[in-house]
Design a protein around this ligand. Structure first.
Ligand code: COA
Length: 335
């Protein structure tokens, strides 16, 4: 069977650490509130001259080095991001130029927000399975900090997001069975009825004038979130995704060595694990020091879990995400 396997991962977090106390100096919030409700203690913010494609570049270089290949070996690249460099063209094109991926190689943006990395991985996996690509770079990269409302009005959203990037290289491989390292399955879902529960309303072509002073004065360029609705749906949909992925592969919860859940709120992940009966030590979290890096959470988790000795060859690892759209998705990988 022709399948894709992970041959390299890399990540990058910008150096500037922003603590909860730093945020409390900008808005009416507190370390106690943020830790209690979300588990987040700090996150990273970029400097003004850094673009999303720059974070993607650092993570991509690390992933290519880890894979032992160069940009010339890639025949397709994906960037998943809700925070693109520009309205168009897509961030994958900017990354292609910066990374020096040869002209002619397709560069594809995926706009499924916090689910974007798993969506992009699923598409990449299908290209590999179908013989349309041999080596694919899949990146999740986000700069949230430039778009956040750093006043008390935006505190519910602003305290949970952070900047960062992660990348993964998939390579075509012939596998004999489930024990060989490869992507076993991917599962994608969406329900656009909830699009306006977590979104950035402006700028946009649904508006009379794309962007204007009234929209800016109303703060419509900042993310808006119905936190309660998002929380409830995240817990429900992530649990469904775990069951779906297990059933599709004939696996039990006990056979999964590591769960990489999306990093939106530590309490969401604790609730999912508790509801399903997953021991806490099999759920790897980075949110305490990264915040929610949206499309970057899964590849950052892969890098950090491996560095912590929790992800080793032969392990069965399940990635499960939920995000704006609403979208949710999962992937099962034999590492
Ligand atoms: N600091 C201090 N107080 C805050 C605050 C902050 N950063 N954010 C909100 N509050 C206040 C509210 O104003 C409200 O005050 P009130 O009771 O006087 O009106 C109170 O805290 C409770 O607000 P609420 O929004 O109901 O809190 P919550 O328990 O729902 O927690 C979230 C807020 C954002 C942590 C939670 O809803 C959540 O995590 N939702 C899911 C988010 C998510 O997953 N997003 C990304 C998906 S990819």
């Amino acid at each position: 069977m022709l399948r894709s396997r992970v041959i390299g991962v890399g990540s990058y977090l910008p150096p500037r650490v922003v603590t909860n106390d730093d945020l409390a100096g900008m808005m009416d919030t507190s370390d106690e509130w943020i830790v209690q409700r979300t588990g987040i203690r700090e996150r990273r913010w970029v400097e003004p001259d850094v673009a999303t494609s720059d974070l993607a570049l650092h993570a991509s270089r690390a992933a290519l080095e880890d894979a032992g290949i160069g940009p010339g070996d890639l025949d397709m690249i994906f960037v998943a991001s809700l925070s693109p460099d520009h309205f168009f063209p897509g961030t994958a094109c900017f990354l292609q130029a910066k990374l020096d991926v040869p002209a002619g190689v397709p560069a594809i943006d995926v706009r499924q927000q916090c689910s974007g990395f798993v969506y992009a991985s699923a598409i990449a996996d299908q290209f590999v399975r179908g013989g349309g690509a041999r080596r694919v770079l899949v990146v999740g990269a986000e700069i949230h900090s430039k778009a956040l409302d750093k006043t008390t009005e935006g505190r519910d959203v602003t305290v949970i997001f952070g900047d960062g990037a992660g990348a993964m290289v998939l390579e075509a491989t012939e596998v004999a069975g489930a024990a060989d390292p490869h992507v076993l399955s991917t599962h994608l879902h969406a329900d656009g009825r909830f699009a306006e529960q977590l979104w950035v309303p402006a700028p946009g072509m649904a508006l009379p004038g794309f962007i204007d002073h009234d929209l800016l004065d109303a703060g419509m360029h900042h993310p808006k979130m119905n936190g309660r609705v998002t929380y409830v749906h995240a817990v429900q949909r992530m649990a469904e995704s775990v069951h779906e992925t297990l059933a599709a592969n004939g696996k039990s919860l006990e056979e999964i060595d590591l769960f990489l859940f999306h990093q939106a709120n530590l309490r969401i992940n604790e609730a999912v694990a508790k509801n399903l009966g997953i021991p806490a030590e099999r759920v790897f979290n980075t949110i305490e020091w990264t915040g929610n890096t949206s499309a970057a959470t899964i590849p950052i988790g892969m890098v950090e879990a491996r560095a912590a000795g929790l992800l080793t060859p032969g392990d069965l690892v399940m990635g499960v995400v939920f995000g704006s759209g609403f979208t949710w998705a999962s992937m099962l990988v034999r590492w």
